[in-house]
Design a protein around this ligand. Structure first.
Ligand code: NAD
Length: 516
């Protein structure tokens, strides 16, 4: 009921979203709009880009807010995030869900697991982890007491978030702030509406102005400005590999300016695999793969986009995949709750995915088994597409597509060992992957041989759906720095501990007793 009301409240509405700098709402002339992916005529938010001068003003305001915030006891800071979690799970839940559905094109379940469940979990578990960390203290000897003081980093943190998870934006800005840092949060243009709602919740929960500032901006203008500041002490990024590499290079170029070595945390893309062994349960393979590859239109960093199936099982898998594929509904998730996924995020994504569909249709290596139609007249709709590749190293098996396209390679059953090598070496990514098998020895072999191929590895389960505190998330290789948001270690990235030794007895002499 509450969700239906919240959705109705957004119908036809364009919400103004300002920049928030030093506690003030600010508008610049660079006005932009966020369209709804499934109905692009509906502009869900009107916002503006912070320019270089405004970003610099935000940096100054952040630095002014830093000392008081950092000195606040962690329990007090945690209280604000716990309060925000309470608001998000209760009175503000329907609003943030509806904004995630309409603004980012999510179905009700996808909005729920993101903007309610994951975000609330991030705030609550991080608060718990921060308090536990405070309790992790060094040994003290008889005459002295040793303490670790978990300080925030000295400077400001730039949090740069992607479009695809409302929760990620909240966590990228929220986790460093919880640890005593001040943060400039640059949301994605395509997620401004829900990001701003989360920001308002944090303010309502008692976050002081200046601790997190909300600065939508042109990506490169933001990146250039923050990396040029001597006070940059961290970048908390989630998004694509090229953007993260650009930021890292800029930091390297500016290294001589900085007062600290900035901490760089980046969670990037993936080319995630499902590996099927001949002993696998076909139902789990098909259902898990359809969910992983097509939920949210394949726009999860963990989405399965390459399936390796043994020739012995492929006829069964293929028949079932195609049968179920025919039942998938793509459409407006606010009108029909039977919709499995909605439109892709924007015109750029639509054009990119269309190029991949064209490649699938025209390449001699590839056969389109199902789907692949697309239509952007009302929203950016792409049908789920399944493509079989006779070449395991075709670009469709290697590159991140970030759309509803599943590529399949059928391998000879007896070449299971070789296919492990193939999976490990086909792409430079290392985010998520799954093995489906009932034979224990096959699982063990896959675990060993694919140890470096995935930061999140699943056995008889799909490659998506990591839960905070259960499967801390992230990958290595070019998928990112693997700092595992959703786990306790993540917070260590956002603190610069100071070790303090206090001696309780006076020192009576400078000479050692053996010297006399
Ligand atoms: P993107 O790289 O296009 O944008 C991410 C953010 O960076 C946006 O806010 C964007 O405006 C900003 N940006 C762009 N250029 C910039 C610059 N020069 N300096 C500073 N900021 C800049 O990514 P996206 O399309 O929003 O997100 C999709 C990507 O994110 C995919 O590759 C996906 O796999 C990845 N992703 C990874 C994870 C993970 O946990 N590993 C989670 C979600 C998304």
């Amino acid at each position: 009921m509450a969700k239906a009301r919240a959705l109705a409240a957004l119908r036809g509405r364009t919400e103004p979203v300002p920049c928030v700098v030093a506690g003030r709402d600010v508008w610049t002339d660079a006005v932009r709009y966020q369209p709804s992916p499934f109905n692009h005529a509906h502009k869900v938010a009107k916002f503006c880009y912070a320019d270089k001068a405004l970003i610099e003003e935000a940096i100054a305001a952040a630095l002014a807010a830093r000392a008081d915030w950092d000195l606040k006891p962690v329990a007090d800071r945690a209280q604000i995030f716990l309060k925000a979690a309470e608001l998000l799970s209760g009175p503000r839940r329907a609003e943030v869900l509806a904004k995630t559905m309409v603004g980012q094109g999510k179905t009700v379940i996808q909005a729920e697991i993101d903007a309610a469940a994951e975000l609330v979990d991030f705030f609550r578990f991080n608060a718990q982890y921060a308090l536990e960390l405070e309790g992790t203290q060094p040994l003290s000897a008889d005459a002295s007491t040793n303490t670790l003081v978990y300080r925030g980093l000295e400077g400001f943190v730039a949090a740069v978030s992607p479009f695809n998870f409302t929760a990620i934006g909240g966590n990228l800005a929220g986790a460093p702030a919880l640890m005593g840092n001040v943060v400039l949060w640059k949301p994605s243009d395509a997620a401004v509406l829900a990001s701003y709602a989360v920001y308002r919740v944090l303010l309502e929960a008692g976050l002081p102005p200046g601790v997190i500032q909300f600065v939508p901006a042109d990506g490169p203008v933001f990146g250039d400005t923050v990396t040029a500041s001597e006070h940059l002490c961290g970048i908390n990024f989630t998004g694509s590999v090229p953007t993260f590499k650009r930021l890292w290079k800029q930091v390297a170029e500016n290294l001589d300016r900085y007062r600290n070595f900035p901490r760089l945390a980046g969670e990037c893309g993936g080319k995630n695999f499902h590996l099927v062994h001949s002993s696998a349960d076909v139902g789990s393979v098909v259902n898990g793969t359809l969910r992983s590859a097509f939920e949210y239109g394949g726009q999860k960093c963990s989405a399965c986009s390459r399936l390796y199936a043994p020739d012995s099982l492929w006829p069964q898998i293929k028949a079932k995949l195609l049968e179920e594929h025919g039942k998938i509904k793509v459409g407006d998730p606010t009108q029909d709750f039977g919709t499995f996924f909605s439109a892709v995020i924007d015109d750029k994504a639509f054009a990119r995915i269309k190029r991949w569909l064209e490649h699938a249709r025209t390449s001699a290596n590839l056969t389109v088994l199902a789907g692949g139609g697309c239509d952007d007249s009302v929203g950016y709709f792409v049908e789920p597409c399944i493509v079989e590749s006779s070449d395991p190293r075709d670009p469709i098996m290697k590159e991140e597509i970030f759309g509803p396209i599943l590529a399949v390679y059928v391998y000879p059953e007896r070449r299971f060992h070789d296919v492990l090598e193939l999976i490990d070496t086909t792409t430079p990514y290392g985010l998520t992957g799954a093995v489906f098998a009932r034979e224990k020895s096959a699982i063990e072999e896959a675990r060993k041989r694919l140890r470096n191929a995935a930061g999140n590895f699943y056995i008889n389960d799909k490659s998506t759906g990591a839960v905070v505190a259960q499967q801390p998330f992230g990958g290595s290789r070019i998928s990112g720095t693997n700092d595992k948001p959703g786990g306790p270690h993540y917070l260590l990235r956002w603190t610069s501990p100071q070790a303090v030794k206090e001696t309780h007895e006076p020192l009576p002499d400078w000479r050692y007793s053996y010297m006399q």
